[in-house]
Write a protein that binds this ligand. Structure first.
Ligand SMILES: Cc1cc2nc3c(=O)[nH]c(=O)nc-3n(C[C@H](O)[C@H](O)[C@H](O)COP(=O)(O)OP(=O)(O)OC[C@H]3O[C@@H](n4cnc5c(N)ncnc54)[C@H](O)[C@@H]3O)c2cc1C
Length: 326
């Protein structure tokens, strides 16, 4: 028998101790890609699924708040491909038809098409746009059912020996002394953690109807109005309320949301209302994704209404920054 200690493998030598702050989609997508590279992950978070914004997303792939940022094209396409490659009952991801409806002179533009993988979008012609709209597009995009996907990704992380630690971080720099790298995915939390007042909440309210209709996603992102067919409910949205911190829904808003949806998809009317929720999108004029100079802290926050749409794309760039860091 050979009792000589084995030389450490290349992977063990390169493995870093990494803390990810935040257990929402930005944090867990980043943590998973890093865990898959063999790093040791601690996911430190004030709250976990299902008590976070990432559970309140609709959550279908669509570039909502990022179209002024060309970095978003690569991020969105990478995430699109990741989700498409991971469809299944177990993950809660499926490819769904989306009808994106547009009214003329509302400021809506076609720039989102550039964020899609090429040749995926069809313009509907000959009066095929939904009632009240001037034109519409059809495509197939990933729908991520958060109630299935978040537990699934937490399990993947556990299987890679990532540790989940419940803690509110108040000092990034103190924490960074205990790790090779700290990745800040604290979303709205960055307002206090980094004194970054550029991040603001944008409240979104939705109504939940009994599931079963329609089979496609409807989106008018200018109003905004959307209908999303999950297995457990049809999500009907929504609102866009800047600087509102209250996570409760309001009766008047819920009525308006339904009135708008009924006028477009008549088959929705009469379906049982089974719930509602509100969530705070962590909006920032641009996503902060960078290594903070002179530190071992990488920021990845401010994804607004596109956290899922950007997730694995941003995560891939964080992995590159980790690999480049000493
Ligand atoms: C109604 C609605 C519909 C939406 N629909 C879509 C959609 O269809 N598609 C899409 O892509 N996006 C959608 N979004 C946006 C999406 O939900 C967000 O962009 C996404 O959830 C942000 O993820 P995150 O991980 O950055 O933030 P969060 O999910 O908010 O996670 C932040 C994490 O950081 C932790 N944290 C914060 N501060 C601290 C601290 N100091 N110490 C420790 N932990 C801390 C929190 O506890 C939490 O775990 C929607 C949002 C809403 C509200």
């Amino acid at each position: 028998m050979d009792f000589c200690p084995r030389a450490p493998t290349f992977a063990a030598i390169m493995s870093k101790r990494i803390a990810v702050i935040g257990a929402g989609i930005s944090g867990v997508s980043t943590a998973l890609l890093l865990a898959e590279k063999g790093h040791q992950l601690h996911i430190i978070s004030k709250s976990f699924s299902p008590n976070i914004t990432s559970n309140r997303a609709a959550a279908f792939w669509f570039p909502y708040h990022v179209r002024n940022d060309k970095r978003g094209i690569g991020w969105c396409r990478t995430a699109f491909e990741y989700f498409m490659a991971h469809t299944g009952e177990e993950t809660g991801i499926s490819m769904k038809k989306i009808i994106k409806a547009v009214k003329n002179n509302t400021g809506d533009d076609d720039s989102w098409v550039e964020f899609m993988p090429p040749n995926q979008v069809k313009l509907l012609v000959d009066g095929a746009a939904p009632k009240g709209y001037d034109k519409a597009y059809e495509a197939h995009v990933p729908l991520i059912e958060t109630q299935i996907f978040l537990p699934w990704i937490y399990k993947q992380l556990e299987a890679k020996n990532a540790a989940f630690i419940q803690q509110e971080v108040t000092d990034l720099y103190a924490l960074s002394k205990d790790y090779d790298v700290v990745i800040n995915c604290s979303a709205l939390g960055a307002r206090t953690l980094c004194n970054d007042t550029a991040v603001i909440p944008v409240r979104g309210q939705v109504v939940l109807l009994e599931p079963g209709y329609p089979e496609f996603i409807f989106l008018d992102n200018q109003t905004p109005a959307y209908v999303v067919p999950r297995k457990d409910a049809t999500i009907v949205g929504g609102t866009y309320e800047e600087n509102v911190y209250d996570e409760r829904t309001e009766e008047e808003s819920l009525k308006d949301i339904l009135t708008r949806a009924y006028s477009v998809l008549e088959g929705l009317e009469g379906r049982k209302i089974i719930g509602n929720w509100a969530g705070l999108r962590p909006y920032r004029p641009t996503v902060r994704l960078e290594l903070e100079e002179g530190t071992n802290i990488i920021h990845n926050y401010g994804h607004g209404g596109s956290g899922y749409t950007l997730s694995f794309g941003c995560a891939e760039d964080v992995v590159k920054l980790v690999e480049e860091s000493q």
